[in-house]
Write a protein of this length. Structure first.
Lengths: 164, 648
């Protein structure tokens, strides 16, 4: 019982989400995924396995890929969070998004925000990945529709675009 | 007990306060055991665990075996597996208010589901309005679940909207693919001509019937593969067991039978001392061949499919025809294999309707009840509409399904959407165009047939007008509307192949190596060719061929639901291994035959379910090619390979 009441405790968190500052009280048990989807209505980030296996909920926290389903909102205090909604510059899509569209890198689209965020993190860390490095990096992002070939191709093309 | 709460966490806490006492009853987890005398009966009122029997016969099976000089017996099994769409199975939002229900549901079949909900609640069909947002994958699993009905009752009770938020674990417990056992006897003449095929199928439907009859039927009508077989008998029995209910799953009933028949053909050919490629060329149905009463003649070219598939992995198609497990120098043994598939195209479903509306801006809106579930249907409709009308695709808007627009459709399954809804959209847009031309001719002169739409402008002789200019002439609502439809071919009496209008084949080849010490498999190259007739949007059609094969790799190499002592052991994403990018070879070739000979828009055929079925048997045949050991159950794991080699 004591534990249940602990879980109701809140923490005042300040973070930036897609560049905009946000601060407010978060419950200790509240995940970053819940904060993004339920309170900020940023529903691009998807809930799926809730076990850090599938990658559908991947966001960037200080440019590191994180499974927001198991990342507590208070952990993001004083950090920068980027979601799929923050990838395009206004109406101008990111080269990754352009490439995913061009190559049909998304089929049902449910895993796509996570794929793109994980790819974004990869290209920050390694601007010239090989296909093998891409496959290794994305081994935590499952696409059940099986668009892997198109996803890999999209990342290779976006890497080229970023160089221009 | 059902819990409803303000939010998910409160509901989860409430759930922990419910204590359930279970009384263990005798249970059965194997379909053959379920048929044995004395087995626990799941549904006592039925008296046995047999759900349904189905069969397909032609010729005289005894005569066929009399003509045979060699007879072979082969058995292959496939386990139950889970569809695992990334968006969990079972979500919905329902609101029952004033005797009417609004439902938002990720489903493949809105027309059917709305009718089912109305029937359940005792309402007139038009009192249930079902809308389908973009669906996060389905593969057959996005159908109503028992919890959806509970949500409807709860909403009626509390008068508020009720949302279901399923977890991944609950998703695993809604649906599965049927486990099957395929047992064949094949009669062959000394020259390699097949004379008879007798197949016995056991189909495990789990605890309830969700898709049992369809799976059994599809298995029965596909278990003969794509070969000229003069004397045929296929029997299927669909059986209850205490597993998660099995339902429709991408290429329902055919992953299992293709695994069976394609390994059988390879194995028979090798035992006859004939190269499997030559054996297939000798026995496969050719374009124009009679297939069966009530079906079209064979309308595809298997020789082309095979030639392109082997070329796709840089292979000449010749098998290693040695016998015995040669150890050789390297720990890695190289093998290549192929597999073919055939499914009946555009199966049943009645009429498909689409509504096209053109407004005064020349914008065309397409309404329909064919959900976008990841296969690219909405884009496909927009391409069909744009090409039919002669206006840019940017002027086409495709709505998401809404049963308030009463446009029946059987659902995005059975590989019917391109054919049936594609044709309905084309028919609607064709009518719209005719009406536009007759309005234009009335207003500006000429005959309707002298008018053309070019790049979105109405053209006649030397003059041209904007669509807006003509549509405004009709006044009033200033829109043109047309309903298009497609009818499936009439049923042929006594034919098992109801309402089909084309054949949908594929061919695949794989190049791999196996580690003789560990059984580890490395896929070096894979090629799959489908017959699209005409790919309406090439990258999307290719994505279907690719995606089916990727799912096929999961079935072939690691996916299965495991039960032990009555418990589902791996029903969560952590335990259940799914294909990831690393599992798919970089050397992956997929392509389509496009001869414009299909009955769909622009000569297209259905092709989305053809590539998944060939992966397992192609890999199984290649493993034999590498090691001379035959794996007879999916998935093909290193452990099974080592056991087959006698190493463990």
């Amino acid at each position: 019982m004591a534990m249940a009441s602990d879980l109701k405790k809140t923490f005042n968190a300040s973070l930036t989400v897609n560049g905009a500052p946000w601060s407010g009280a978060v419950a200790i048990e509240e995940t970053l995924l819940e904060l993004l989807r339920n309170r900020l209505h940023l529903t691009g980030t998807k809930r799926s396995c809730e076990a850090e296996v599938c990658g559908a909920c991947t966001v960037l926290v200080d440019n590191q890929p994180m499974s927001s389903c198991n990342y507590l909102a208070f952990e993001a205090h004083q950090k920068s969070v980027i979601t799929i909604e923050g990838v395009a510059l206004g109406d101008e899509l990111d080269p990754l998004q352009e490439a995913f569209i061009r190559n049909i890198g998304a089929q049902c689209g449910y895993c796509t925000p996570g794929q793109i965020m994980a790819a974004k993190a990869l290209l920050i860390e390694n601007p010239h990945p090989t296909r093998e490095q891409i496959a290794e990096w994305l081994s935590g992002n499952i696409c059940r529709c099986g668009a892997y070939g198109a996803i890999a191709q999209s990342i290779l093309e976006a890497a080229q675009e970023y160089q221009k | 007990a059902v819990i409803v709460a303000e939010d998910l966490r409160s509901a989860e806490r409430a759930l922990k306060k419910i204590h359930v006492e279970y009384e263990p009853l005798p249970a059965v987890f194997d379909a053959l055991e379920a048929l044995a005398p004395g087995a626990p009966i799941l549904h006592e009122e039925r008296g046995s665990n047999l759900l349904v029997e189905d069969s397909l016969t032609w010729g005289d099976i005894d005569e066929g075996f009399r003509q045979a000089e060699r007879i072979f017996e082969e058995t292959y099994s496939s386990p139950s597996m889970f569809h695992h769409p990334m968006e969990s199975v079972g979500g919905c939002l329902v609101h029952y208010v004033n005797g009417e229900v609004n439902v938002w549901l990720p489903t493949a079949s809105p027309t059917r589901d709305a009718a089912e909900f109305a029937h359940f609640l005792g309402l007139e069909p038009d009192k249930v309005r079902l809308r389908v947002p973009y669906v996060g994958g389905g593969f057959g699993a996005k159908i109503p679940t028992p919890a959806h009905f509970a949500a409807l009752l709860l909403s009626r009770r509390i008068g508020r909207p009720v949302r279901l938020v399923p977890s991944a674990e609950s998703s695993f417990r809604q649906n599965s693919r049927h486990a099957e056992v395929f047992k064949a006897r094949v009669g062959v003449k000394a020259d390699g001509t097949i004379t008879a095929l007798d197949v016995d199928l056991i189909v495990d439907t789990g605890a309830y019937t969700t898709g049992g009859a369809t799976a059994a039927h599809n298995s029965v009508i596909s278990a003969w593969g794509c070969y000229r077989i003069p004397h045929l008998r296929i029997k299927g029995r669909c059986v209850y067991t205490n597993k998660v209910p099995a339902g429709h799953t991408r290429a329902t009933g055919k992953v299992q039978t293709t695994w069976g028949i394609e390994c059988t053909m390879d194995c028979v050919a090798r035992q006859m001392g004939i190269d499997p490629y030559e054996f297939r060329k000798k026995n496969v149905l050719l374009r124009g061949d009679f297939v069966c009463q009530g079906t079209p003649r064979m309308d595809t070219d298997y020789l082309d499919l095979m030639a392109e598939a082997i070329a796709g992995i840089g292979w000449d198609g010749k098998a290693n025809l040695r016998s015995g497990n040669e150890t050789g120098g390297s720990r890695w043994a190289r093998g290549r294999g192929m597999a073919l598939s055939l499914r009946h195209g555009s199966q049943g479903g009645g009429r498909a309707y689409a509504l096209a509306t053109m407004d005064a801006r020349g914008i065309v809106t397409i309404q329909h009840n064919a959900p976008e579930i990841g296969q690219g249907t909405h884009n496909l409709f927009s391409v069909v509409a744009a090409q039919t009308l002669g206006i840019p695709q940017s002027q086409i808007q495709v709505r998401t399904p809404d049963t308030a627009v009463n446009l029946p459709f059987a659902g995005v399954s059975a590989q019917r959407t391109t054919m049936q809804m594609g044709n309905a959209v084309q028919s609607a847009c064709g009518k719209l165009k005719e009406e536009l031309f007759s309005l234009a001719a009335q207003a500006k002169g000429g005959k309707p047939e002298e008018w053309q739409l070019i790049e979105g402008r109405l053209c006649w002789a030397e003059t041209s007008f904007s669509i807006a200019e003509i549509i405004r002439l009709i006044g009033g609502g200033v829109v043109l509307k047309a309903i298009g439809y497609h009818s499936t071919p009439p049923m042929v009496k006594d034919s098992a192949f109801a309402g089909m209008d084309h054949w949908a084949p594929s061919g695949a080849a794989v190049d791999l190596e196996v580690n003789r010490d560990t059984g580890e498999l490395r896929i070096l190259g894979y090629a799959v060719i489908a017959d699209a007739g005409k790919a309406i949007h090439y990258p999307s059609a290719k994505a279907q061929a690719d995606g089916g094969a990727v799912m096929g790799f999961g079935h072939a190499l690691f996916e299965e639901t495991i039960y032990q002592d009555g418990q589902f052991q791996n029903g969560d994403p952590f335990q259940y291994r799914l294909p990831v990018m690393k599992d798919i070879p970089e050397n992956f070739y997929s392509s389509m035959l496009e001869k414009g000979d299909g009955p769909g828009p622009f000569g297209s055929k259905g092709m989305a379910q053809t590539s998944i079925v060939t992966v397992g048997p192609a890999i199984g045949n290649a493993v034999y090619d590498a090691l001379c050991v035959r794996i007879r159950s999916l998935p093909i794991t290193p452990e099974k390979i080592l056991r087959a080699m006698g190493k463990i």
